[in-house]
Design a protein around this ligand. Sequence first.
Ligand SMILES: C[S@@+](CC[C@H](N)C(=O)[O-])C[C@H]1O[C@@H](n2cnc3c(N)ncnc32)[C@H](O)[C@@H]1O
Length: 192
Amino acid sequence: MTGKRFHSSKKKKLFTEKRLKSLKPAELLSELDLKEGNIFIDVGAGNGFFSLPGAEIVGDSGKVYSVDVQIDMLLDLKYRAQQVGLTDRIEIVKSEDNDANLNQKADFMLFAYLFHEVEEKEKFLNNYFSFLKKGSKVVFIEWDPAKREEGPPLHHRVKSEHLKSMLEQRNIKNIEIENIDYNSYLISGRKI
Ligand SMILES: C[S@@+](CC[C@H](N)C(=O)[O-])C[C@H]1O[C@@H](n2cnc3c(N)ncnc32)[C@H](O)[C@@H]1O
C-alpha cells in the first residue's frame, strides 16, 4: 500500500451529485466510443463510477472487468451493481500493484483518476497494455497539475505531456488531450 492511494473510507466521495453532474460518466463513455458488445476493462475502478454506466452501454453481449487493488472498493461496486441488476455484466477483479490478474483483452481500457497513485508507472503500463487488443481504445483521466482546486497533492499529479510520451513509446496512436471537468484532463488514443 502506498501513501498516494485513495483510501476506501472516502469512497462515498466518488458518487456525489456534483461529480455525477460534472463528469456525466455515461455520456462521456459513449462519446469516447465505448460500444455494445465491447470488453471494457476499467482499471482502478473503485466503487464503479465508470463501470456501472459502462455495463449499461456494453449490454448483454459485452462485459466489464472492474479491476482494483482494494477489495473494499470492489465489494461496494458489487453491491451497487446488484442494486441496479447489472451483476451479470460486471466481473470484479482484485489485482496487485503491477499485476492486472486478467485473462481477457480489452476493446476499451480506462484508467480514471488512478495513474497518479501508481508508484512503478513504467512497469504498470507494460503490464496493462499487454491486455489491449489491436485497435482498442485507451483512455486516461487525471488531475491537472496546473489546477489548484481540490484533489491529490500537486507533486503527485502527472503532466499530460509526460503521460502522452509514455503512451507514444507504447505504440498508442491518434493521441488527443482535452480538458474536462474543472480540474482534470483526458488523454485518449488507440493501440495499433
Ligand atoms: C480515486 S479512485 C478512482 C476510482 C474510479 N476510477 C473513479 O474515477 O471513480 C482510485 C482507485 O484506484 C485504485 N488503485 C490504485 N492503485 C492501483 C493499482 N496499481 N492497480 C489497480 N487499482 C489501483 C484505488 O484502490 C482506488 O480505488
